[in-house]
Write a protein that binds this ligand. Structure first.
Ligand code: ADP
Ligand code: MG
Length: 253
């Protein structure tokens, strides 16, 4: 089966530090993959290659069949210019650990920003979209509020609405609940669960094992720049084949 996201033999180094050492990953359309692994194993770097924030040294990244960073003409590949890279990037939503909202914009302005300025969609079209998205993340009543007046959980839900505003083909989450007080984790995971149920293709880096068990179609365990084990949640979480996976899951449970 061809995937919405396909990585083939992806390598990435920073100087002499080999951070990704040959990653293969296929995420089928509408599936949720949870990526687990110890700190420093390369999870964030892997997500960043899919969003084109990092250029790979070797291998390929495809989103919906399109090779990131390149354009095909006949049987030749040309590297894309920055402007076209930015256009490709709008197809991939990214939600960070630290919400990164624009502090000087209201909630609805935060969500409207990318469709208005990057996509140049008309305000008459963007306003109802923003309304629907805020409704979806349960923040319709906060449209006019500024980020600093919101809880961390609310800010992260705005960040999710903002990522959805470009109607991306895939959503990437990098530890979306790690910066939250424990009592606020649930409301953010609930929004991600709702997206999963509606068929959004997602890759979620998280240490929330309960969430992985409930929501993931696939769990991948990463260590030292490689995916060492991948499969259905029950297999990876309850019956891991590798000692390193077992040790990691033992620690985060
Ligand atoms: P994880 O998200 O699994 O904790 P990262 O992908 O953030 O891992 O980092 C993997 C390794 O790559 C770490 O050793 C980190 O210090 C290093 N690294 C990440 N980004 C850079 C960068 N831009 N320059 C140099 N080293 C980096
Ligand atoms: Mg990380």
């Amino acid at each position: 089966m061809s995937g919405m996201v396909e990585l083939r033999d992806v390598h990435k180094s920073f100087g002499s530090l080999r951070v990704l050492r040959g990653v293969d990953l296929t995420v089928p359309r509408g599936h949720v993959t949870v990526l687990l692994g110890p700190s420093g194993s390369g999870k964030s770097t892997l997500l960043r290659t899919i969003n084109h924030l990092e250029k790979v040294d070797r291998g390929s990244v495809r989103v919906d069949g399109q090779l990131l960073g390149y354009r095909r003409a006949g049987d030749r590949l040309y590297e894309l210019r920055e402007r076209d890279v930015l256009r490709q990037r709008t197809q991939i939503g990214f939600v960070f650990q630290s919400f990164n909202l624009f502090p000087h914009l209201t909630v609805s302005q935060n969500v409207a920003e990318a469709p208005l300025s990057a996509q140049r969609r008309p305000r008459t079209e963007v306003e109802p979209l923003v309304g629907r998205l805020l409704d979806r993340v349960g923040l319709a009543d906060k449209a006019a509020a500024y980020p600093r007046t919101l809880s961390g959980g609310q800010q992260q839900r705005v960040a999710i609405a903002r990522a959805l505003a470009l109607e991306p083909k895939v959503l990437l989450f990098d530890e979306p609940t790690s910066a939250l007080d424990p009592e606020l984790v649930g409301e953010v995971l609930d929004v991600i669960k709702d997206l999963a149920r509606s068929g959004t293709t997602m890759i979620v880096v998280t240490h929330e094992i309960g969430f992985a068990r409930e929501v993931a179609d696939t769990v991948a365990f990463m260590d030292a720049g490689r995916i060492v084990e991948i499969g259905p949640p029950a297999q990876i979480l309850d019956d891991p084949a590798h000692e390193r996976t077992r040790a990691f899951i033992g620690k985060v449970l």
